[in-house]
Write a protein that binds this ligand. Structure first.
Ligand code: MF3
Ligand code: CO
Ligand code: CO
Length: 250
């Protein structure tokens, strides 16, 4: 199977689901504060998505039990919302995916809970910059491998571990489709990036080593060494003028 090329009309529909996901994410971020639970975030995301006439893509996806992923501190990704109470100094990634008009839009950010230390702020800022650096090189004619190289160049500068087990992905009528977008340098430069491709870039950087494990719940991914992990994600479309971030609000 080859990487799908989306038409202008498909990209217009993707833009709508992506803007909704970005709006839900921004609003969910506003309720983050010490004392709320990750289930409060789930309820908020679920209700806002449904009100907009969309479906939260995570719900029942391969059996995922909730409408959003909430990943706190050493949880790398796929955290399941529950009764965990957020406390001052935590960080939390909220990963929102909406299915609207038949197309998925996928975006995430890491938020600080109250006041955080400068080291934690740096992990968050560098992870966002790593995503932005990956996006910047995603132009038609470049290779998918260029994205991972750009991300690794920045992560290495700070000594952060790049999670290797989870990748960015093509997205459209299907939540996860080809290709896998690696966030680290690889000898295999992968396929060429072409106009009309739509995919996510979503690096996870650990303050410590890159290793992770999956909890017995089958979903929650944690750093092996217990260090903090941050993640940012955008869905982008490749246009003749370069990458268009579909999940950006302006
Ligand atoms: N939103 C995640 C991603 O960026 C995938 C979540 S799958 C779920 O690809 F089942 F955990 F929701
Ligand atoms: Co994704
Ligand atoms: Co996501």
């Amino acid at each position: 199977m080859a990487i799908k090329i989306k038409s202008e009309q498909e990209i217009a529909l993707l833009r709508e689901s992506c803007v909704l996901a970005a709006e839900v994410l921004a609003r969910a971020g506003e309720i983050v504060k010490p004392g709320i639970t990750t289930d409060d975030i789930n309820t908020f995301v679920h209700n806002m998505t449904i009100k907009a006439g969309a479906i939260p893509s995570p719900l029942n996806y391969h059996g995922f039990p909730k409408s959003v992923c909430t990943s706190v501190n050493d949880v790398v990704c796929h955290g399941i919302p529950g009764n965990q109470v957020l406390k001052e100094g935590d960080i939390i990634n909220i990963d929102v995916t909406c299915l609207l008009n038949g197309y998925h839009g996928d975006t995430s950010r890491t938020f600080a809970v109250g006041k955080i230390t400068p080291n934690v702020k740096r992990l968050m800022d560098v992870t966002e910059r790593a995503m932005d650096d990956g996006i910047a090189v995603a132009t038609a004619g470049a290779y998918f491998g260029d994205i991972g190289s750009a991300i690794q160049e920045l992560a290495d500068e700070f000594g952060y571990g790049i999670v290797r087990e989870f990748c960015g992905h093509g997205i459209g009528r299907v939540f996860h489709e080809e290709p896998n977008v690696l966030h680290y340098r690889s000898r295999d430069r992968g396929e060429r990036i072409r106009e009309g491709m739509v995919f996510t870039i979503e690096p996870m950087l650990n303050e410590g080593k890159p290793g992770v494990f999956v909890e017995k719940d089958g979903w929650t991914v944690r750093t092996r060494d217990g260090s903090l992990s941050a993640q940012y994600e955008h869905t982008i479309a490749i246009t003749r003028n370069g990458p268009e971030v579909l999940t950006r609000l302006d």
